[in-house]
Design a protein around this ligand. Structure first.
Ligand code: HEC
Ligand code: HEC
Length: 321
């Protein structure tokens, strides 16, 4: 009879364990739901903060003060205050607006005003793949207001294009673009990381902490970049050069020529990284000429990659959200 006692005890343990496990899943699910409801109904800077560091993908390009590591867009610390000056500048240029108007415009129509030193690379965050709803856009704007500015949710009026995109199903409901040919995600991943192969993207790119840092981190590339952009990046990398990765040619006073990616350029020195990741530190007073090139350090893969492998690789990249 002892045996059946132990069986019973084991059975009960499994049952309880199962309940705890299921319980944790349910809590997690309802936790996530709770968050969504909060951002959909209550527009608040706190909701906007969650979106900024999550669904909105803002953190992949922007930092706020010392928080975050995004370098492709301006640091948004103090942007609520800075927006006053920007709005004044835009008003002088003929587009009458206030600070909130500027913040709204920077999301609704990011290319209308391009911050000096940056490229018009900011995506329309109310369209796929990010696809924020109007309330989520409002919440993010209130979070930006809260960066040294005055929070005034009433003052946030979204232009028609943002509202219209929601009317047409903005929040991600727009039919997702799919490549005409499917691919094998696992094969694509292997091609990406196989350093002995011809493709070996990991020689230059990191995904989830693995790989090199010559090119941008691609861990969430499909969350911010359209499939078309990703395809173009592989076949024609020089068409759009990601900011922070500009190719340059430096000529020193002694006539030495160094080419690579410009990593730093200040009064002290110029740092140039080559395609293998080696950095050359050139003292500023030794630099004779610094020229920005039009050809990306990333080589075009159109002639290297077989069609089938291209689709496998693309299938893998599109999972990176
Ligand atoms: C793929 C990179 C990328 C993503 C994702 C991104 N941005 Fe940007 N953003 C930029 C770049 C580059 C600029 C500078 C060029 C310009 O002004 O358009 C910019 C400019 C801005 C500005 C103007 C800053 C100033 O100093 O005037 C604001 C505000 C802003 N972004 C907010 C956001 C928010 C909020 C999100 C998320 C909902 C976001 N961005 C997502 C790249 C990005
Ligand atoms: C020799 C280094 C190198 C190799 C190898 C390389 N890349 Fe790149 N890649 C870069 C650099 C540098 C950039 C940024 C400049 C640019 O936009 O062209 C870049 C940009 C990109 C971008 C655009 C990212 C963005 O957010 O704008 C994608 C996507 C990309 N690479 C994918 C790949 C894939 C897939 C492979 C393998 C088939 C690959 N790369 C191989 C260096 C490389």
């Amino acid at each position: 009879m002892q045996r059946s006692f132990w069986f019973m005890a084991l059975f009960i343990c499994i049952l309880i364990g199962g309940f705890i496990y299921i319980g944790s899943i349910v809590t997690k699910l309802s936790g996530e739901k709770g968050e969504m409801v909060a951002t959909e109904t209550g527009v608040s800077p706190e909701g906007g903060e969650t979106i900024f560091w999550g669904k909105g993908q803002c953190h992949t390009c922007h930092s706020i003060g010392k928080k975050g590591s995004g370098i492709r867009g301006p640091n948004l610390g103090g942007v609520g205050d800075r927006a006053i000056e920007r709005a004044a500048e835009r008003t002088t240029a003929g587009a009458a607006m206030d600070a909130t108007g500027y913040l709204v415009e920077s999301l609704a129509q990011p290319s209308a005003y391009v911050v000096k030193g940056f490229k018009p690379e900011m995506p329309l965050v109310y369209k796929p793949p990010i696809a924020l709803s109007p309330d989520e856009v409002k919440a993010v704007v209130s979070y930006l207001q809260s960066q040294d500015g005055e929070v005034n949710i009433e003052a946030i009026v979204l232009p028609e294009e943002v509202m219209a995109s929601a009317a047409s199903g903005g929040g991600g409901a727009v039919e997702e673009w799919k490549p005409y040919q499917g691919g094998d995600v696992a094969v694509g991943e292997a091609l990406f990381f196989d350093l002995k192969g011809d493709i070996a993207c990991a020689k230059c790119h990191t995904i989830k902490g693995v790989g090199a840092k010559v090119g941008p981190d691609l861990t969430t590339v499909a969350a911010t970049r359209s499939p078309q952009y990703i395809i173009e990046s592989i076949l024609e990398p020089s068409a759009v050069i990601a900011s922070g990765f500009e190719p340059v040619k430096v000529k020193t006073k002694k006539g030495k020529i160094i080419t690579g990616i410009l990593k730093e350029d200040n009064e002290v020195h110029v740092l140039v990284m080559d395609s293998a990741g080696n950095v050359t530190d050139i003292p500023k007073d030794k630099v004779k000429k610094l020229k920005t090139l039009k050809t990306s350090v990333m080589p075009p893969f159109g002639n290297v990659i077989k069609m089938e492998d291209f689709h496998n690789l693309l299938a893998y990249l599109l999972t990176l959200k």
